[in-house]
Ligand binder design. Sequence first.
Ligand code: HEM
Length: 537
Amino acid sequence: RKAKASEGAAAKQKQLESYTQPAEGVLTTNQGLVVPDNHNSLKAGIRGPSLLEDFILREKITHFDHERIPERVVHARGAGAHGYFELTKSLSEYTRADFLQEPGLRTPVFVRFSTVAGSRGSADTVRDVRGFAVKFYTREGNYDLVGNNIPVFFIQDAMKFPDLIHAVKPEPHHEMPQAASAHDTFWDFASLMPETTHMLMWAMSDRAIPRSYRMMEGFGVHTFRFINARGASHFVKFHWKPKLGKHGLAWDEAQKIAGKDADFHRRDLWESIAQGNFPEWELGVQIIPEDKAQSFGFDLLDATKLIPEEMVPVTIVGRLVLNRNPENFFAETEQVAFHPGHVVPGIDFSNDPLLQGRLFSYTDTQLSRLGGPNFHELPINRGVCPFHNFQRDGMHRMTIPRGQVSYEPNSLATGSEFRVDGGQQGFQSHPEEMESPKIRRRSPSFDDHFSQATLFWNSQSPSEKDHIVAAFQFELSKVEVPAIRQRVVDNLAHVDAKLARKVAEPLGIGLPDAKAAAGRSGFRDVRVKLPIEASAP
Ligand code: HEM
């Protein structure tokens, strides 16, 4: 079993090695000509002008001129590592996904951690959500679990994502502030969108200033589906639990480190792996039978809600180990293309309207970020199983399809005859029955923006609560428009009256007024009764 396990994990490494450049040899041009002199351009005489003819100089400079590609529109700053996922408990009862059947099987992975708001050159330790994206190179194709380190999200519907990101990114007129959420546009948007409240509580907690990537949890956030070999479906939530436990920085520490070592988190990840202290997480799942899905009071399709572990325990089913640094940041960490729509048979989507929008967004953005439709052929993005289809051409095509035929059905193919699988092995979308009609609305429990925010607040220890209050104060102290500050504390009064007062008083903000918040257009305080009440540990 051991031999089989490491064979699985080595497959991707072997594939990547076949693409690496030799580390030594004679310097050549891209066409393979030996470069005679790498210091002097070709000139008309020793003191004369440079000649346009110098194709060696032109090639070198032209390539340099085009080194940059657009950074990710969000999650631009990140750090990646290779490793493996080892299944410790079979999930065959719930899913037919090949990599989740046999305990002991190791699947190679590439993981990228990131901040969301800052640009590629921003500091690591800012207050922000962290991305936690895992690409599993399974024997059935790539599966991407593209999650965050916070289990809920700011918004409920993909329609609001561009607004959210425009509000959190640097303001368009002066490109400030560069990487923090502490500015008027973000708090303006947040205060007018009470569905952000639950995630705001997490974002103001120590979760948003992790000590290390190795010490943070990860979450799939959305509800997904597992489909087993009999075609039966269960809902599932994914959790990554760090072996080193969860640890945050203090805010003051985080700000100082941002100034002294902007690379703090990527350095920590790189050095730990280089020293053989391999970061490790457990994979946990919360499994929800279809017939229980409506029993929680809140909607499993609402990404601003989590399922408390007291209601559905997390079962540990595997471990993730990061044991190899990339050879090259650009080729691997920058060019990797994650996508929540990369699934394998046995894993399917729910109708979460945030997830549904994501399913469109990732390939779409990568088409421009990675220059055309062939980025799946880049070494870091290739599956370890072969791919065959009749898609053809496009910018930067790397494979060479054979033969006359690039359509199906055909009777002419010789040597490139791909059958269509009769559906036995292939991906089958779960045949969920749909209720009509077409409608632009959300189910009523989506309006409960505060029950879980209060639950989170009540679950915090006194010092954690102090940190949350201080974070809100810091953020609001940077907001210039008084009405925005007032709206934020009015909203907070729906989470906890004491919290709202503590935030408001030292800043001279007017007394928080829950009624004022409730009177604003579009604002509703619907409460779903949860069967549990959290208290401080
Ligand atoms: C990256 C869109 C919500 C996690 C990205 C990128 C886009 C995007 C365009 C850049 C991808 C690239 O250039 O390769 C969206 C949209 C969302 C959404 C439209 C909502 C409708 C979320 C949520 C999560 C998430 C809820 C967490 C569960 C990530 C991560 C990355 C990312 C981790 C970085 C992946 C990497 O490391 O390359 N997102 N996102 N996003 N997103 Fe989202």
